[in-house]
Design a protein around this ligand. Structure first.
Ligand code: THU
Length: 132
């Protein structure tokens, strides 16, 4: 579970880090933050490449930082873009690896926030439990 203070911190972090997005090609800047099971937060930005296919989304950067720090559970995700769009399909599946469901806070550049969930964005999902 995530409390209101944690939600606000996660949202602030996602929007603050967005300034550091490396998006010289698309100019589409994304900031993300995830709350790990330990209670620590990890942020990320999209990192583009002149070889376009090597671009990594902000959500995955934040998740990979969390996992590299030892986290194995994601309790919540916040993502901040200009217009407040939801994470791409690939990022939804990567979140799913570390959460069967979790709240997802979607923010725009004006700070407007709305809550959705992984289950809402990725229904009937495939996860590690399905391999057992
Ligand atoms: N992008 C993200 O960082 N997250 C998403 O969920 C959607 C797309 C990035 C990738 C690329 O740098 C730019 O947005 C345009 O696709």
């Amino acid at each position: 579970m995530i409390d209101q203070v944690q939600r606000e911190q996660l949202e602030e972090e996602a929007c603050a880090v967005r300034d550091r997005a490396y998006a010289p090609y698309s100019k589409f800047r994304v900031g993300a933050a995830v709350l790990g099971g330990s209670g620590a937060m990890y942020s990320g930005v999209n990192v583009e490449n002149a070889s376009f296919g090597l671009t990594t989304c902000a959500e995955r950067v934040a998740i990979f930082k969390a996992v590299s720090a030892g986290e194995r559970n994601i309790l919540a995700v916040a993502v901040c873009t200009e217009s407040g769009v939801t994470p791409c399909g690939a990022c939804r599946q990567v979140i799913r690896e570390f959460a069967s469901d979790c709240p997802l806070f979607v923010l725009d550049a004006n700070g407007n926030s709305r809550e959705t969930s992984l289950k809402a964005l990725l229904p009937e999902s495939f996860g590690r439990g399905d391999l057992e």
